[in-house]
Design a protein around this ligand. Structure first.
Ligand code: UDP
Length: 243
């Protein structure tokens, strides 16, 4: 058994050199796959996710089609080479649960009522896992859905906050996720001010919870601006091609 390392160093910095309120470096790209209707690549620190979206298309098998809205089918999957120890390619209980949690968050953003009897299929592959894969996957899915031209209420931006050595920290790294006292993933549709996913593992006081949520809002706003830049550049490209 490995001993818990010190998560906050004497100078107040974290093991990866960040201050408590600092995000990891992020990268986002859309339209990265030619055979999907929409796709994206999202990197948050060393966490890397590819998302692919198909649809809206006619639902198969037909008896599963809903008369008044599209069905979202969502798969979160970790590749065998994404973790320290080879992960079995067989879907784990964790992957099944995360697929459901991500689907529910996406359902509040996609205008499913506009596509009765259809399916929208969303696949997320974790290429490299280094904490925060559920949220990076959710953002990748949201960007890929927009890339596919599917109307949404807003893009989803997300970040985890938590507590490490008694300090409330933004955007947990893997040691903080593993050894910290609390882990709280938060996802929002920022321009609507709505939370689409929030979970809490561990323990925080109500004050720490509030402080954590405030920190999450700030991180989410920064991430949302990056998303808008990525989307704007794509739609500007399309306009140029069209003119
Ligand atoms: N992890 C792993 N193998 C697994 C599951 C998780 O190495 O089978 C690591 C991975 O880095 C992941 C982290 O543990 O990001 C935290 O996992 P958690 O279930 O908290 O979800 P996440 O933070 O990725 O959304």
């Amino acid at each position: 058994q490995v001993q818990k390392p010190k998560l906050i160093l004497d100078d107040g910095r974290r093991l990866d050199g960040r201050r408590p309120d600092e995000l990891r470096p992020m990268k986002m790209e859309i339209g990265v796959l030619k055979n999907a209707d929409g796709s994206s690549l999202v990197e948050v620190g060393n966490t890397k996710i590819i998302a692919a979206v198909y649809g809206p298309r006619e639902m198969h098998p037909r008896h599963l089609a809903l008369p008044n809205r599209a069905t979202l089918r969502v798969r979160y999957h970790m590749t065998p080479f994404s973790t320290d120890e080879r992960k079995s390619p067989v879907p784990s209980r964790r992957e099944i649960e995360l697929s459901k949690v991500i689907r529910e968050a996406l359902e509040s953003s996609v205008l499913v009522e506009q596509f009765p009897r259809s399916s929208i299929d969303v696949f997320m592959e974790v290429i490299q896992a280094d904490a925060g894969t559920r949220l990076a996957s959710l953002m990748a899915a949201s960007l890929a859905i927009i890339d596919a031209g599917i109307p949404v209420r807003d893009a989803i931006a997300a970040v985890a906050v938590g507590k490490a050595d008694g300090v409330v920290v933004l955007d947990l790294n893997e040691p903080e996720d593993m050894w910290g006292e609390a882990d709280m993933p938060v996802a929002m549709m920022p321009s609507l001010g709505q939370i689409t996913l929030i979970q809490l593992n561990g323990h925080m006081t109500p004050e720490e919870f509030k402080q954590g949520l405030d920190l999450a809002y700030k991180g989410i706003n920064t991430i949302y601006s990056m998303e808008k830049e990525v989307l704007k550049s794509k739609f500007a490209e399309m306009r140029e091609e069209g003119s």
